[in-house]
Write a protein that binds this ligand. Structure first.
Ligand SMILES: [Zn+2]
Length: 323
């Protein structure tokens, strides 16, 4: 990767920060949810045509809520049932063959980019059985708000949600619920690449479920990586982070303490900056930290961040923000 920060490299459209997303979308399984398993034939795949999707804005939430909510109601609401691959399925209210293949292509291409960033072994973390992912796409934000709560029990005051479930449980279905981004001129699915990063990060970096993952302050990594991979993979300028960087608000060592109680600027924009800096300037430290995260050694990672690294990179980070 280039040493030149992406935030300075492009002149992409400015993406406004429109609203907040709840990083802790608490969910309940709706009473109407059925456990009936149904099968729907996938529609015929069309020719692959497009690459990574367009820019997205709002970060999305992540949760360990149960994701086994599927069903007859979902089948009726989401007639599009398309297998991108043996491990990735798209459920939607309405997507054309071209939109489906563009979406599949974008995510397929992201796999190798992700693995290049996190430098994993290619093997999932121990106990992770989330071999497949279901991507649910509502036709608009209003349809998401109208239907996702009753179908999947998710909060909808966000830009989508990733439900990892219990990755160690047999039959668990990891699911990412989102919607068509009507604010984008070109076809785009809200937070597509951000949320897909959560799936990959949960499978290849973060041992156990969401609650285990955030048992220490790891949000700088979880949300920062999702933003970093999303923007960098797509080659999109992160104007939000660029604006925040110019303010030099936080020390790197402070960002290692980020939890869900902090605001969206700190979680997403500053998470992006922290991960960007660490991945590109200190890959050896990232390898060490991920070694701990991958084995659920949360306290060891915490000690490494706060004591081994501590404040040693703060001055360099501060000047890097203005480069
Ligand atoms: Zn996220």
């Amino acid at each position: 990767m280039s040493a030149v920060p992406v935030r300075r490299r492009l002149t992409q459209i400015a993406v406004p920060v429109l609203a907040m997303c709840a990083a802790t979308a608490l969910t309940v399984v709706p009473a109407s949810a059925s456990t009936a398993q149904t099968t729907t034939a996938p529609i015929a795949p069309g020719a692959a045509t497009s690459g990574p999707a367009g820019p997205s804005t709002l970060p999305a939430a992540r949760s360990s809520a149960p994701s086994q909510v599927a069903t007859q109601a979902a089948d009726a609401t989401l007639p599009v049932n398309y297998a991108c691959s043996a491990t990735l399925r798209v459920r939607a209210q309405r997507l054309s063959a071209q939109q489906l293949t563009g979406t599949c292509d974008s995510l397929a291409g992201q796999d190798s980019f992700f693995h290049t960033v996190v430098k994993d072994s290619g093997q999932p973390v121990s106990g992770d059985r989330n071999t497949t992912l279901e991507l649910v796409v509502f036709d608009s934000r209003s349809e998401y708000v109208r239907l996702a709560g009753s179908l999947y029990g998710v909060d909808t005051n966000n830009g989508g949600v990733y439900l990892e479930g219990n990755p160690a449980a047999a039959g668990n279905q990891a699911r990412f619920i989102t919607y068509r981004d009507e604010t984008s001129q070109a076809f785009a699915i809200k937070n597509l690449n951000h949320e897909y990063t959560h799936y990959l990060d949960g499978r290849y970096d973060m041992y156990g479920d969401w609650n285990a993952n955030v048992s220490t302050p790891t949000l700088w990594w979880i949300e920062g990586l999702a933003e970093y991979v999303s923007y960098t993979y797509r080659g999109v300028f992160n104007s939000w982070a660029a604006t925040e960087a110019s303010k030099q608000t936080y020390a790197l060592s402070t960002l290692f303490d980020t939890t869900q109680q902090y605001d969206q600027n700190r979680i997403y924009a500053w998470g992006y900056l922290a991960v960007y800096y660490m991945v590109e300037k200190h890959p050896g430290d990232v390898a060490k930290i991920l070694g701990y995260y991958r084995t659920g050694s949360w306290q060891a990672a915490r000690t490494y961040l706060k004591q081994t690294i501590g404040t040693r990179y703060d001055a360099d980070f501060r000047s890097w923000l203005l480069t």
